[in-house]
Design a protein. Structure first.
Length: 161
């Protein structure tokens, strides 16, 4: 079994409900057990800022799946939620976005799969929920996630009630 962290985000429709449904879907993946999920956080849009705020969370799972197989499952959960990926579109509005942030201590750089997530250590909207769900998480090749979060601003990121 391998510990893995999945980042969840959405800003279209009922984003909070969509994230809760996606967390439930993760808990039903064969060979994978949901260990913990963070609270939901409202976060300002990042990258393309002229769009609704996002709702973000992180789920930590224990899995027998390879990183590639787990990523394929995440993409299927996105599709089931109605997500249509458009080639070249980045940081725009979305009904559901699932990112494989960490898969054990794997460092992978291949087409369609980079681990750890290449911007994890730069994004408070991912680090704050990650640390809530997995307080001692480490980012392979970078260091403790807590140290990364400690040096960045978290302006506008707030837990939902």
């Amino acid at each position: 079994m391998t510990l893995a962290a999945v980042g969840l985000g959405a800003n279209l429709g009922n984003a909070a409900r969509t994230l809760r449904d996606a967390i439930d879907a993760l808990d039903n993946v064969a060979g994978t057990r949901l260990l913990r999920a963070s609270r939901l956080y409202r976060t300002p849009a990042w990258g393309v800022t002229d769009q609704p705020d996002f709702v973000n969370a992180v789920a930590v799972v224990d899995t027998t799946l390879s990183a590639r197989d787990l990523l394929d499952v995440l993409l299927a959960i996105e599709r089931d939620a109605g997500r249509v990926r458009i080639e070249g579109e980045r940081w725009g509005p979305r009904i559901l976005d699932l990112d494989l942030l960490l898969h054990g201590d794997a460092i992978i750089d291949e087409p369609g799969l980079r681990l750890p997530h290449p911007h994890l250590h730069e994004r408070a909207f991912a680090l704050l929920p990650l640390l809530e769900a997995w307080p001692d998480a480490g980012i392979p090749g970078i260091g403790p996630a807590r140290e990364c979060a400690g040096v960045m601003a978290a302006d506008g990121i707030e837990p939902l009630p």
